[in-house]
Design a protein around this ligand. Structure first.
Ligand SMILES: [Zn+2]
Length: 135
């Protein structure tokens, strides 16, 4: 069973394609965070075509969710791709929304503090952007 989520984008040729693959991460038997369920497609797949996917590696990150993310390889499209947890996007240093890696929303005071938006008051100010660039 697949738990993957995806954001569809339209290519210049008018085809819909996934921008990236996102899946909830859960604690696995080895006590590490791993994607829940089995992925069925790479970002290059169209519609509901299945892909022949294999695990390539887990890639450590200096930023972002703070744990190694799954990198897979698609034999059908001959591409590697990273599986992001909910709330995180490619090249993102922090989450875009207060969501835990399992895909559940985080509520309460300060929930947005560790996100890209970091609360409304400082969002977009020059000082705020400078602080983020230093991370
Ligand atoms: Zn594929």
């Amino acid at each position: 069973m697949s738990h993957e989520l995806s954001l569809l984008v339209e290519t210049p040729g008018g085809e819909e394609r996934k921008a990236f693959i996102c899946s909830p991460y859960v604690v696995a038997e080895d006590d590490r965070l791993r994607p829940a369920g089995r992925l069925g497609q790479c970002p290059m797949a169209a519609g509901f075509d299945g892909c022949r996917l294999v695990v390539h590696s887990y890639r450590g990150r200096k930023t972002g969710p703070g744990f190694a993310l799954l990198v897979m390889y698609c034999h059908d499209h001959e591409k590697h791709f990273t599986v992001y947890p909910p709330g995180h996007v490619p090249y993102g240093r922090v989450a875009v929304a207060p969501v835990d890696v399992g895909g559940f929303g985080i509520r309460g005071e300060g929930a947005w503090h560790e996100t890209l938006f970091r609360g409304w008051a400082g969002c977009g100010s020059r000082q705020d952007l400078g602080a983020r660039a230093d991370r």
